[in-house]
Structures are given as structure tokens and as C-alpha cells.
Design a binder for this molecule. Structure first.
Ligand code: ADP
Ligand code: TYD
Length: 208
């Protein structure tokens, strides 16, 4: 897409994506890289407003289709206002979730919208990260971590163990089907051990 590097973290709720995104940003900054640490849904002022609409309130607030449009609108704004400008400046963009989250959550959990997700992606987004790190953990562990952290953003985290299991399997299938872009890292270890793997993977894959 441009001079910078584009890396995403993916995984089920509570897998440790945010923790690892932060640790990687700190490590790469210490190595002298200019890093843009961001997240989805959100990552730009407009997309953060949409984040509140999709993550807070009644679980039945939106239909699956409306929700997909909101996530896509947020992603488009994030791309225009944050990701593309940072890449144009030559920065390393690290995002906590990107389009694979829509492929999994809207494509699998909120109705079978997989074809619509792909169509909207190619119409409105059209880019993939250079590297996607999938933090893989047992859903029981993810749920325990996510519940311990309980905040106002509960619309998705209330979705239960069965769905988290399907989500984990879906992410692993997607990683296996897209081996050039994905690396899977075991997240069921202490954060520093996971971070060491993440840093080595990012440096190797992105030439940093
Ligand atoms: P995610 O962004 O994938 O939902 P977070 O990074 O927010 O995950 O982590 C969820 C919770 O689990 C947080 O309270 C965090 O401090 C904790 N946590 C993150 N990584 C680990 C780890 N490797 N071991 C134990 N707890 C962790
Ligand atoms: P996030 O804040 O990353 O949750 P967590 O830290 O628990 O992983 O994301 C919030 C929720 O939004 C998460 O349950 C996944 C969901 N989501 C989608 O359903 N589709 C999307 O495209 C994105 C980016 C997130």
C-alpha cells in the first residue's frame, strides 16, 4: 500500500491482543521504529464514535447486516484518517483487529454473512495487512480473562463459550488458508513469553 508496514493482531476476546499490541509497539519503538498503535472498531475519531454504537447497549440493538455496515464504515474511516496517512509517513501500523474480525464475527457468529463481508471488503476496504498475528488460546481461558475485565462493552463478550469455540476454529482455518500473511502464536503463556515470539515474528516477517 505504501512505504510503511501494516500489522494486525487477531484472536478471540480475551486472547491478549491488546496486551501484545502494546508490548510490540513499545519494543519496536525502542528499536527506533516510528509506530502507530491503533485498534478496531475505532482508531480514528469518527470510528471511535461508531465503536460506541456497536459495542454498547442492548445486544439486539442492530441486525447482523446493519452491524456489518457499521463495522465497515468504521474501518473505512480508520483507513482514510489513520492507517493510510501513517503508512505514507513510513510508520509501522499495529492494529488491534482488522478485517479478519469481520470475516469471523459477522461471517460466522452473527449469521452467515461471509459472502457479504467479502463483497463489502473488496468494495470499500480492499487492503490486507502485511502480517497478521493470530494470538491463539483456549476459549475457556479467553472468557475467564474477558469476564474478569468486565466493562461497558459487553455486547459481544456475552456471546458464550460455544460461539468462542467456533470463532477460534474459524480463525485457525483462516490462518491455514492464508499462510503467507498469518502467523499463529500460542497465547496461553505469560505475557512476556508471548511478546518475545511476537517480536521475533514481526521482525523476521517485516524485515525490521
Ligand atoms: P484482548 O485484547 O485479546 O481481548 P487483552 O490483552 O485485553 O485481550 O487481555 C485480556 C485480559 O487478560 C486483560 O485483563 C489482560 O491483562 C489479561 N492478559 C493478557 N495477556 C495475558 C497472559 N498472557 N496471561 C494472563 N493474562 C493475560
Ligand atoms: P475488542 O475491543 O477488540 O474486544 P476484545 O478486546 O474483547 O477482543 O473488540 C470488540 C468486539 O468487536 C469483539 O468482540 C469483536 C467485535 N468485532 C466484530 O464483531 N467485528 C469487527 O469487524 C471488529 C473489528 C470487532
Amino acid at each position: 500500500m505504501a512505504a510503511g508496514r501494516f500489522l494486525s493482531f487477531e484472536g478471540i476476546d480475551g486472547s491478549g491482543k491488546s496486551t501484545q499490541a502494546r508490548l510490540l509497539a513499545t519494543a519496536l519503538t525502542a528499536l527506533g521504529a516510528q509506530v502507530c498503535l491503533t485498534r478496531e472498531p475505532g482508531g480514528s475519531p469518527g470510528a471511535e464514535e461508531i465503536r460506541r454504537l456497536v459495542l454498547e447497549g442492548d445486544p439486539d440493538r442492530w441486525s447482523a447486516e446493519t452491524e456489518l455496515l457499521l463495522f465497515t464504515a468504521a474501518r473505512r474511516d480508520h483507513l482514510e484518517k489513520t492507517i493510510r496517512p501513517a503508512l505514507a509517513r513510513g510508520e509501522v501500523v499495529i492494529t488491534d483487529r482488522f478485517a479478519d474480525s469481520s470475516r469471523m464475527y459477522q461471517g460466522i457468529s452473527r449469521g452467515d454473512l461471509a459472502a457479504m463481508v467479502d463483497a463489502l471488503h473488496s468494495l470499500m476496504i480492499g487492503v490486507e495487512p502485511d502480517l497478521t498475528i493470530l494470538i491463539d488460546i483456549d476459549p475457556e481461558l479467553g472468557l475467564a480473562r474477558a469476564v474478569a475485565r468486565k466493562g461497558p462493552e459487553q455486547r459481544f463478550e456475552d456471546m458464550g463459550l460455544d460461539l468462542q469455540r467456533r470463532m477460534r476454529a474459524g480463525f485457525l482455518d483462516l490462518a491455514a488458508a492464508t499462510p503467507a500473511r498469518f502467523r499463529v502464536i500460542d497465547g496461553a503463556r505469560d505475557p512476556q513469553a508471548v511478546a518475545a515470539d511476537v517480536l521475533a515474528t514481526a521482525r523476521l516477517h517485516l524485515g525490521l
